[in-house]
Design a protein around this ligand. Structure first.
Ligand code: NAD
Length: 253
């Protein structure tokens, strides 16, 4: 494992790894989007360290959605939908790696859609997306702008279906809900076949998502994260830094 080298040396090693790889999978989390201005959960400026009437981990649970829907939407619309956010260098570099045939899949815990906005095609969204919302009764589809508008004009702040008046729920996996089986299967397949796995911007503490990393059988396990993770000891290359800054220094040939 390379640990003591300078950041320049580590980026050169990452460049060499990428040059030699043909099937890279990227596994990421909220830290990938902090450089786009979206707060993560567990950094010091993250949502878990901000003052709310209820702890954020409780708010984003299914029980809370069912029983305190109005409070849920207050937090969700203020803190989890960021339609003005733009992809950053990390999103763009990963899209470029896919375009050049180097990267086979992105597996993300993020719900912001920024990988697709940057041009990535094969993206597995483990926790869903703010851009998809469905009526709990008739399954009608609504986009994120609808949710924000309805939250603003509805007296209780809860978006309702324009066809049957039932509640509209984001296609986001809340605590106590299961992940989509197809998305998990596809993620496992991609990770199992990868020659290089780059993990970035995730504390790797949210299960079962982080457990997917165990399926990696390839050569290079790269971790790019601001703070330490339990998987650091298993990495072949560990870069402690901002993922956008690090990936912006990689050339794709
Ligand atoms: P987390 O908040 O638990 O951890 C974020 C990690 O990223 C931390 O270890 C932090 O040190 C690191 N980090 C922050 N900025 C970074 C940067 N610029 N470069 C490199 N590392 C950086 O996030 P998680 O592990 O993804 O788990 C939180 C859950 O919250 C996920 O399930 C996700 O769905 C959800 N979430 C999503 C968004 C989003 O869609 N953008 C935002 C907040 C939370």
């Amino acid at each position: 494992m390379y640990t003591m080298e300078s950041i320049d040396k580590k980026i050169q090693i990452l460049q060499d790894i990428i040059n030699d790889s043909n099937s890279i999978v990227f596994f990421g989390g909220a830290g990938v989007s902090t450089e786009s201005g979206i707060p993560d959960f567990r950094s010091t400026s993250g949502l878990y360290n901000q003052e709310w009437k209820y702890p954020p981990e409780q708010i984003v649970s299914r029980t809370f959605f069912n029983h305190k829907c109005s409070e849920f939407y207050k937090f969700y619309c203020q803190k989890m939908i960021a339609l003005d956010a733009k992809p950053n260098s990390a999103h763009f570099k990963l899209a470029e790696l896919e375009q050049k045939g180097k990267l086979s899949a992105i597996i993300t815990q993020n719900i912001d859609g920024l990988h697709q906005a940057a041009g990535s095609k094969n993206v597995f969204e483990l926790h869903g997306s703010v851009h998809r919302n469905f009526c709990v009764n008739c399954n009608s589809f609504y986009d994120a702008s609808f949710i924000l508008e309805q939250h603003k004009i509805d007296s209780d702040g809860i978006p309702h279906c324009t066809k049957c008046n039932h509640i509209v729920k984001p296609d986001v996996v809340l605590y106590e809900e299961s992940l989509d089986n197809n998305t998990i299967d596809n993620s496992i397949k991609a990770i199992s076949k990868a020659d290089t796995l780059i993990i970035g911007g995730t504390s790797l503490v949210v299960y079962p998502a982080s457990g997917l990393v165990r399926y990696f059988r390839g050569k290079n396990l790269v971790i790019i994260n601001m703070s330490p993770t339990d998987y650091d000891k298993n990495s072949t290359l560990l870069i402690q830094g901002k993922i956008g800054e690090v990936l912006s220094r990689i050339s794709v040939v």
